[in-house]
Every structure is written in C-alpha cells, then in structure tokens.
Write a protein that binds this ligand. Structure first.
Ligand code: GTP
Ligand code: SPV
Ligand code: MN
Length: 607
C-alpha cells in the first residue's frame, strides 16, 4: 500500500473525517493504490479506459461500454435498507437489522479490491449552497474506473465539495466483486446492496451497473436522501422536474412528478412544446429522475434536481420521441453509452427504436459483444441492445436545460403529478385540489403488471409515488411525512394524476403522448389559476374538451379524446377494492389517507 497520507495531501483532501474513512476502507478492501478524483480528471481517466479497452470510442468525444451480461439492471431483491430500529421496517423497503448486514458486507468486501485502485469520489447531490447541501455530500469509494466516469457525469465531483463539511457526508462504499462468480439471480446470489440509513452508510457489493454502483444516484439521492428527509423535514422522490414558460404572459410554472421506472420521466422532462404551441410555450428541463422538495421560509414549496446528469433509457429514444435527448448525446458531449449495439468498424451505436435497423451488418456487435452477422436460429430476432441499455450525459448537454438549473435556491413547485402505465380507467389528467387526496393518489400510484412482474390482469403493481424500489422507511410514516411537509406549505401546489397510456380495443394508444403531453399540463396550470373550471368527477377534476388547447392535434387523437376524458365509474369501483387491500398492508397509515379513500369511494357510489 502506498503512502496514503501523502496521496490525500497531494489531492488536497483536508477533511479529517473523510481521511479517516478512506484509510479505514482502504484497509478493509485491501486496495493496492488510492486515487482521489475530481471532474478535472475526466479526460485522463477516459484515455486510460480507452487504452485498457474498457471503453471503446463511439465517434468524436463519445464512448461505449458493456457491463457484465448478468449485471445489466438494478437488483431489487438484493437491495436492503438496514437500520438499528425495527420500526423502520416497511412493506417494500426490505428492512434488515444493521447489526446483521454490516458484518456480512464487511466480510464480502474484505480483501476484495486486492490489486486494484480504490478511487475516492467526493461528490455533492445538490448545487453548492443549496439549503439541503449538508444532506447532499458524500464520498464514494469504488474499485471501478467506469463507475468514476459515470459519477463525474451524474454528480458534482471534487474535494472542494466536501472539505468543509466535517462529518456531514454519506459514506458510500462500492466493491465490484468477481462478477463472473457471484451467482446473480440464483439461490446462491452473493450480491448485497445495503443502505445503512441511520448511519448514513451505503455498502454495495457485486455489480458495476447503474443504480447498483453509482452510489450518489439511487442509493444516496433516493434511499438515503428519503431517510434523511424524513428525519429533517424535506421530501426526496423519484420525480422528474420541468418548467413551462408562457411567453405571452411571462408566467413560469414548475411541475414535478413521479412515474414508475421506464414510464416516461425522461421523455416528459425533456419534452418540447408541440409545434402548434411552440410560439406560446417554452419547456425547460430540470431533471428526469430525482427531485428533493422542501418548504422555504416564504411558505412556498421548492424543488431541485440533485443530479448533474442523465442516465437515460436508450430504447425508443429517437428524434421523434425525444429530440432533446438525441441532441444531448451528439459527438463532443462526452456521452457514455452502455449495453447498446456497437459497430466495431464505424464506431456507431444503435438501439431498438433508434431508427431503421442497419441493413449492412458489417461490424455490428450486440450488447453482449457477439457479432450480429454470426447469429443463427432464434438469435436472429433477438434485440441488438439490452432493453435497459442507457446513455449517460451531463445536464449542461441538454439543449433545453433550464437557465437556472444550478441555482441553489431551487425553483417553486406549482404542481405535483403522478402517472403510471394504465391501459384503461385513468383519464388523460385529473386535478386534485385536496392535499390528503393528492397524497392518497400518490400512494395508490401503480403501473400495469408487465411480463416480468407477476400480477393479475387488471391489477396494478402499486408503486407509491414511484418510490417502491427506493423506499427507506415505513409506508405509513412516509404518508404522514408527506402530509406534514405539504401541510406546512402556505402556498400549496396542485396535485394531478396523468396517464399517457390508455389503449383502445385494438391496443393502440388513445393519446399520442410525448410532446402532446404539454397540453394537459398547460390545462392543469390554467385550472390552478382559475382560468378554466373543468368538470368535477368523483376522482378529481378533468378538462372539459374545449378547455384543452387542441390546435394542431391529429385527427385520430381528436377522435379518441372523449374516451380519455371519461371516467368509467364501474372500473373505478373495482379499483377501489384493490386499493383498499393495498393500503391495508400499511399499519398505522394516517387516518387522513383513509378518509380520502372513503371520500372517493362514496363519491363513486353516488355517481
Ligand atoms: P427510469 O430512468 O428507469 O426511472 O425511467 P423513466 O421514467 O425515465 O422512463 P423512460 O423515459 O426511459 O421511459 C421510456 C418508455 O416510456 C419508452 O418505452 C417510451 O417509449 C415510453 N413513453 C414515454 N413517453 C410516452 C408517451 O407519452 N406515450 C407513450 N405511449 N409512451 C411513452
Ligand atoms: C431506475 O431504474 O429507475 C433508474 C436507473 O433510474 S438506476 O439508476 O439504475 O436505478
Ligand atoms: Mn429512475
């Protein structure tokens, strides 16, 4: 082991608590070298990764990487929240005693980075100067260079972010492990992704992919953040955040909201106004996956995106669905593509939904690195890119990123929306004026059971506020915390439920979605301002057809519009039974939530 003190001195890492932490884990993991990184090291580390073949060039200033083929997504069943208080146990947080988990992880990590470099990544999940700064600082230790490159894109990285924060930083230890021998998905699975929330310590072993390995993002930015928020009066959610400026009036509205993973947060957050509305409205991007919300001294609700980049799903991203995303990963952006298809001769990348599949197979390899032209039998039709393949790019590359995205003051939140994939019942948008009913709506958010998730047809996989995989304490406390925080705001945001995914009998989407989604959001803000009055229904206020701006909307959408603006009372009554069972799992759920449930139920029964 090198002279650690000298390495830390040379890197300017002066925070004594951080130094002690680094020394401790360097000892446990047995790393051969320690290197402290900052964003300024990016070019050198990229070059090292290219030289080692860990990254491949994907055109000018863009890079390609593959993760181990059994390590391509978050592993919910191996993800655990551990604390010393059993009262923190919820239905979804996979709670275990800290005293049981810590020794397990220490054992797995002991000596596991032998021969490797341990990178020290001091990071901040907030703009510097944010009122939540002391909850946003962390130091990730990782034995994986690609994780460093991803973290530099996804977080603010450098010693300057943590030197003055004393002990207020999250200890986030990542050890890759021997990926080929971890039994991923078998009864002998050796991976453990543990957040010891009451010690602000994250211990992840056995992956180098996404949320399993970039610990600032999901583990700190959501799980640890949510726990800290609960104890300190703010909210941390898997939310996108966007701003809409009405160029005619000069008014600006900021809307955040939760959609379960892979339900279109990135698309919505990066959306552009539809052509017909482009002269009047301008949409700004703040964030696509995480928002932290707090009540300011002026009684308004504020929000910010703690991330510094986008880790977006590649599949179906193209000029039509998400032109902004395409522009944010062009040559020169430093974007990293993971697990998409790659052409070894032309250095092009491709994924399903990117556009026409290349017809000349020369040079093309799939996400596993296998040559496409060599495929036989069933393999021929297999996807070229992994369905969870992603691109990583910094916020500054997104053409419509908000001018004030780095403002530590955050932005006022005017609306909170929830949306999932629901093929029937959920209208395009329904506004909810009452706070408890809004929180109730978030708690009963769900998406259709997919082929991957077991479930009964027509029964949603409930995903409270889209936080099911990231919940760090009990759902009853989570509901109470929401009521408390929003209750404290003297200027309240409006809630709404949206659905872009209703289908016709022939299976087609009844709403064209994507850029057109701005229309219901504009209506929501007009409704909040009292400019339109909508139609009262038992489950909220929906737009009267003529209140929506329909200029330039296509014929089919106009024909389907009445269906997506209708409440099917019978289907809703059926849903209420499922909701009751879902909510009944949560012991001690606030009475205000049950009251909201009964109010909606009674209104449906009287409809
Ligand atoms: P995570 O990063 O996993 O948290 O997911 P996300 O919420 O950012 O999801 P993402 O934007 O990657 O979801 C993409 C999927 O939603 C793709 O299959 C899109 O085609 C689909 N999608 C997004 N917006 C719309 C829409 O308005 N209508 C329809 N029908 N599909 C949409
Ligand atoms: C998600 O799965 O919701 C993500 C990707 O945003 S990951 O960072 O891998 O969790
Ligand atoms: Mn997500």
């Amino acid at each position: 082991m090198v002279d650690l003190e000298r390495v830390l001195d040379e890197a300017g890492l002066t925070n004594p608590s951080v130094r002690e932490y680094v020394a401790h884990w360097a000892g446990v993991t047995g790393a051969e070298r320690v290197e402290v990184v900052s964003a300024a090291d990016d070019a050198r580390l990229i070059q090292e990764a290219l030289d080692d073949g860990e990254l491949l060039p994907a055109g000018e200033g863009r890079y390609y990487s593959r993760s181990f083929y059994k390590d391509t997504a978050r592993a919910e069943e191996r993800t655990i929240v551990a604390t010393s208080d059993e009262a923190d146990k919820g239905i979804y947080n996979n709670w275990k005693p800290a005293a049981e988990m810590k020794p397990k992880l220490i054992e797995l990590m002991t000596g596991a980075s032998a021969g490797k470099t341990m990178y020290v990544i001091p990071y901040l999940m907030a703009p510097q100067g944010s009122p939540l700064e002391r909850f946003a600082a962390g130091v990730e230790l990782t034995d994986n260079r690609n994780v460093v490159l991803q973290m530099i894109r996804m977080a603010r990285v450098g010693v300057e972010f943590i030197n003055d924060l004393g002990d207020s930083f999250v200890r986030a230890v990542h050890v890759t492990g021997d990926l080929a021998n971890l039994g991923q998905g078998t009864p002998d699975d050796k991976r453990y992704f543990v957040t010891v929330a009451d010690e602000r310590t994250i211990l992840h072993f056995g992956s180098s992919y996404g949320g399993n390995a970039l610990l600032g993002k999901i583990a700190h930015g959501l799980r640890q953040g949510a726990y800290d928020g609960w104890k300190n009066g703010f909210l941390v959610e898997q939310f996108m955040l966007l701003g809409i400026t009405d160029k005619e009036t000069g008014a600006k509205y900021n809307i955040c909201g939760g959609f379960p993973s892979a339900s279109g947060k990135t698309n919505l957050a990066m959306t552009l106004a539809p052509d017909a509305l482009g002269d009047r409205y301008y949409v700004e991007f703040y964030g696509d996956d995480i928002a932290w919300l707090w009540v300011g001294e002026d009684g308004k609700l504020y929000g910010m995106n703690p991330e510094y980049g986008v880790f977006g799903v590649a599949k179906d991203t193209n000029e039509k669905t998400n032109p902004t995303a395409i522009d944010s990963i062009v040559p020169g952006t430093g974007a990293i593509f993971t697990n998409v298809a790659y052409n070894t001769k032309t250095q092009e990348v491709w994924w399903e939904g990117r556009g026409d599949k290349p017809t000349d197979l020369d040079g093309w390899t799939d996400w596993k690195g296998d040559v496409i032209a060599d495929r036989t039998g069933d393999e021929v039709d297999a996807p070229w890119a992994h369905p969870n393949s992603r691109f990583t790019t910094t916020l500054a590359n997104v053409p419509n990123v908000a001018g004030d995205f780095e403002d530590p003051a955050g932005v006022e939140i005017h609306g909170i929306i929830f949306g999932g994939r629901t093929r029937d019942r959920e209208p395009l948008v329904r506004a909810i004026n009452d706070v408890a009913e809004g929180v109730y709506d978030g708690l009963t958010l769900g998406a259709e059971a997919t082929a991957a998730a077991d479930g009964l047809e027509g029964v949603l996989r409930y995903d409270p506020m889209s936080m099911r995989p990231f919940m760090s304490y009990s759902e009853a406390d989570y509901a109470a915390h929401w009521l408390e925080v929003i209750g404290r705001a003297t200027t309240k945001p409006i809630f709404a439920h949206v659905n872009w995914f209703q289908r016709g009998e022939d299976g087609r989407f009844l709403w064209p979605g994507y850029r057109e989604n701005l229309r219901p959001l504009v209506w929501l803000m007009q409704y909040k301002n009292g400019e339109v009055s909508g139609v009262e229904t038992p489950v909220g206020v929906i737009p009267a057809r003529e209140e929506l701006n329909l200029e330039g909307l296509d014929e089919q959408a106009l024909a389907d519009l009445d269906t997506v603006l209708t409440i099917d009372v019978e289907r809703w009554q059926q849903e209420m039974g499922h909701r009751e069972k879902h909510l009944a799992q949560f012991d001690g759920l606030p009475e205000a939530i049950w009251e909201a449930h009964r109010r909606v139920e009674d209104a449906l029964n009287q409809a």
